[in-house]
Design a protein around this ligand. Structure first.
Ligand code: FAD
Ligand code: SF4
Length: 487
């Protein structure tokens, strides 16, 4: 029997292949049926798998099947430990040799030694980030101090958006589709026609890298043209500028096409040659060696049941308008614009995910597990490892404060300051009762009132709860939000 290296859909770059064995690639249709999946995501995965098979030529066997298990059973396999609990169980159950995982700046063993002896309260991203900076000698001086004197330039990176409709930057790098994309599109059309699978969202021009080479071009273009602006407007949003200065590199990183260490190295080189300012470089590096690695390690550390945590007992279903990405059914300009963007691209930037979608889900009591499923299906970069901590922890505070020390809830005033959505909205961010009451402003107060008792144990919530006590129309807000049908 020929020994093969199985490459999963998140392992499609050279980092996951040591060139020693034949390679097995699998197109699994069951993966698209687990939950409503964005068609652009299905396109991207299939395109990347087929491009990898074409690159590897005779070394690769590409199999299309319903499930991975039916292909993997009975083979002599070696696997880099895959990035989900289900895939890890699978490779072990078919007797594959398992190598340590790859694709992050720090290894699982490194994290295990860092976390040993820490309680949940000691799990602080910033502490981990500083440790990685020192350990990997990233943005550190010869004297062991952070370059520029500070570990974080977050305080410089909170500017509101400029008055213009768009940032004054060149377009991001876009790939050119080829005949592989054409065959993928034809297959997706055929499967939709015969009812094999049902997708959500548009399958417009492919926007993300499908090969290692394309990922390299995307990185180079970002570092040269957009990284300098990344920091200052990192938290801001313009409705006519769907990418802002973000890198869009989560997608090739999560497919294994781009080594995050290469992304960090490229940003550091831009800092060294003076082409990007320190606040942008540090901000970007922190996203990768801090947040990305952190979320990866927490996925394993917090366990498979983490996604079912529900500390605020949130039980509302994710509304159909979101499952169907039907922006037309949503009146709130911020929500409708973001959902339209997700429909078009299968992607939204971090602030749209956190401040608009996550914030709304939190204030309106969406079930954490279902919300995590929704994000995983609707976003091209959604993977089982990345979603639980970002959705259940960071956005919905359903883990009781492990990932975020306080709920990321905000009213319309904050959205109005950091975006240009409110000017074009039928609701008014300053109004909390009546026809024009903003669902975020009223939702914020109703959320605080509902969870007043639980949140009062958190010292960081003392100020917002004191504000709640001063609201004279609180009963009317609560009553209105309990019956809200328009948002
Ligand atoms: P940039 O703003 O350019 O940041 C650079 C890189 O940092 C990203 O490419 C990403 O790899 C990494 N990064 C930054 N923050 C995080 C984070 N919190 N978790 C993991 N990586 C991070 N990230 C995903 O990779 N896939 C997802 O499906 C995903 N869903 C999210 C859902 C919610 C509700 C929230 C709040 C965050 C989510 N994130 C997700 C994290 C973050 O929003 C995306 O990584 C980022 O928006 C991707 O765009 P970008 O590549 O342009 O990022
Ligand atoms: Fe969103 Fe409220 Fe602003 Fe409308 S007024 S865009 S609902 S924050």
């Amino acid at each position: 029997m020929v020994r093969q290296r199985i490459l999963f859909g998140e392992q499609l770059g050279p980092l996951f292949d040591d060139g020693e064995e034949q390679v097995l690639l699998v197109e699994s249709l069951a993966a698209f049926r687990k939950r409503p999946t964005h068609r652009a995501k299905a396109h991207l995965y299939l395109s990347a798998i087929r491009h990898r098979a074409a690159e590897l030529g005779d070394r690769a066997e590409l199999v299309r099947a319903d499930t991975f298990r039916e292909v993997l059973t009975g083979r002599d396999l070696v696997a880099v430990d895959p990035p989900s609990y289900a895939a890890r169980r699978l490779v072990r159950s078919v007797g594959a040799e398992v190598l340590p995982s790859r694709g992050f700046v720090t290894g699982e063993q490194d994290f295990a030694s860092w976390v040993a002896g820490r309680s949940d309260r000691g799990l602080v991203m910033d502490t981990f980030y500083r440790w990685v900076r020192e350990r990997e000698d990233i943005l550190m001086t010869a004297a062991g101090k952070p370059v520029g004197g500070r570990f974080s330039y977050d305080a410089d990176n909170r500017q509101p958006p400029p008055k213009s409709a768009r940032l004054d930057l060149p377009e991001p790098w876009w790939p050119e589709e080829d005949e592989i994309d054409a065959t993928v599109r034809a297959d997706l059309d055929a499967w939709e026609r015969d009812g094999t699978v049902h997708f959500i969202g548009d399958d417009g021009p492919r926007r993300f890298a499908a090969t290692h080479q394309e990922a390299g071009r995307a990185l180079e273009h970002f570092v040269r043209h957009r990284l300098p602006a990344f920091g200052p407007v990192e938290d801001a949003t313009l409705s006519a500028d769907w990418t802002m200065a973000h890198s869009l590199l989560s997608v090739p990183m999560n497919l294994g096409l781009l080594d995050p260490r290469d992304a960090v190295r490229a940003a550091l080189a831009a800092s060294a040659d003076g082409s990007a300012p320190l606040n942008s470089v540090e901000g970007f590096v922190r996203q990768i060696i801090g947040w990305r690695d952190w979320m990866w390690h927490l996925y394993w550390h917090l366990g498979e049941r983490y996604v079912h945590r529900n500390a605020l007992d949130a039980r509302r279903r994710v509304p159909d308008a979101f499952w169907e990405l039907d922006a037309g059914a949503i009146e709130a300009n911020c929500l409708s614009s973001v959902v339209a963007g997700v429909r078009e691209h299968g992607w939204a930037h971090h602030i749209q995910r956190l401040m608009v979608l996550g914030n709304f889900a939190l204030e309106h009591g969406w079930s954490p597990a279902e919300t995590s499923e929704w994000f995983t299906g609707a976003f091209v970069d959604g993977t089982p490892w990345v979603m639980p901590t970002n959705v259940v922890g960071m956005s919905l505070h359903a883990d009781g404060g492990v990932v975020a020390t306080k709920p990321y809830a905000s009213g319309g005033a904050y959205i109005d300051r950091m975006t240009d959505y409110c000017g074009g909205c039928r609701f008014d961010p300053k109004v909390r009762v009546g026809e024009n009451a903003c669902p975020f402003t009223a939702g914020y107060w109703a959320f605080l009132a509902e969870h007043r008792e639980t949140l009062s144990a958190n010292p960081r919530m003392a100020q917002p709860l004191a504000g709640l006590n001063r609201l004279r129309d609180l009963d009317a807000v609560i009553e209105q939000e309990a019956h809200r049908t328009r948002w």
